[in-house]
Design a binder for this molecule. Sequence first.
Ligand SMILES: Cc1ncc(COP(=O)(O)O)c(C=O)c1O
Length: 449
Amino acid sequence: MTELPGGPSLPQERRLVTSIPGPKSQELLARKTAAVAAGVGTVLPVFVTRAGGGVVEDVDGNSLIDFGSGIAVTSVGNSAGAVVKRAAEQLERFTHTCFMVTPYEGYVAVAEQLNELTPGDHEKRSALFNSGAEAVENAVKIARAYTKRQAVVVFDHGYHGRTNLTMALTAKNMPYKHGFGPFAPEVYRMPLAYPYRWLTGPENCAEEAAAQAIDQITKQVGPENVAAIVIEPIAGEGGFIEPARGFLPRIAEFAGDNGIVFVADEIQTGFCRTGEWFACEDEGVVPDLITTAKGIAGGLPLAAVTGRAEIMDAAHAGGLGGTYGGNPVACAAALGAIETMRELDLNAKAKRIEEVMKGRLLALQDKFDVIGDVRGRGAMIAIELVEPGTKDPNPAAAAALAKACHAEGVVVLTAGTYGNVLRFLPPLVIPEELLVEGLDILENAFSNL
Ligand SMILES: Cc1ncc(COP(=O)(O)O)c(C=O)c1O
């Protein structure tokens, strides 16, 4: 039986004993400012000592409700029992050999799990890496090796990472790209079916956006030059934008018809986050390749590309890898995380979180006209904030609400191309009372806006 995440010693409660951040966190923040590069920002400078279940405890003894999961990572909770147990056992046995030098079973076992869990019952292979960006880079390498083509198509509002190629794939300039160019070539960006902001309204959004994207690919790039179409099934950093239903299947079909590798970037949406193992299952889309990271290993750095055997095997031997890719401790943690997801049925938990959150947030939307849109699936829920009576983005409201929640001990994150989205990514194991308490605090913050 999987042990409850967080361990029995970590009380599942919000507890504020100082202002946020407290004096000890402020001392550490001064040290951080003096020692850490300014470009490495911090959303909420409370310095953490322990975390688990639905809470994060800081150096001043405060216990905060976690609506962030370290950006969609600790879906099984921090220090989840099975993750700790398996990783600790692995730490005792060996920490690294480099899978490319002398391999080990854990890597193979994670690849087997990925091949089984990802959509489609075709023959699959997986390759493991360290970060989401690295997985996306490798998906592009693999697609280029298979198709012998160069162009990569991505979408507006997309986020794929901070390395040179993935910066090029990412849509938003500030803060991800500004001043960091030149970027990798042969990247083409197409419109995304963003129902809330589609000019002719949401009804024909999927059809019109897909037609525009296909027209632009055809005219500007030529489908025969496109190696890969890379898309998030729900745009994460872009503001939890669920493409209008029908858009993803249409783009996947176009890729299939034209020999283009269809890559679903499920780095944020994967591993039960949206109430399904993978978000593209929602519309029955079977990607050729799928990139995963974040939730895969309960907080340890691990990422993967999984997909059709003939595509994955197209890269020559030695062409894929990296010193630490598929580190044995991270692989052990992933096996523990996947075991926890299965045993605790975290897909069901994510669906319940959606029910509770959406119910409350839709009621808030009726009350506060600064809420333009409530959206998302499972435990990946967001509200888009606007100037009342318009659809003009209201980033100031998002910042003010986040600040108010932080001061009251709730960790929330902002997102969105216009910085006007408040997003909620609680650990899937969060106790329901904490979820409700966090939402009460959010409601209060709206009342005081
Ligand atoms: C959809 C998506 N792709 C790629 C990445 C990059 O992952 P990493 O930060 O692990 O490099 C992220 C991270 O937020 C993401 O959400």
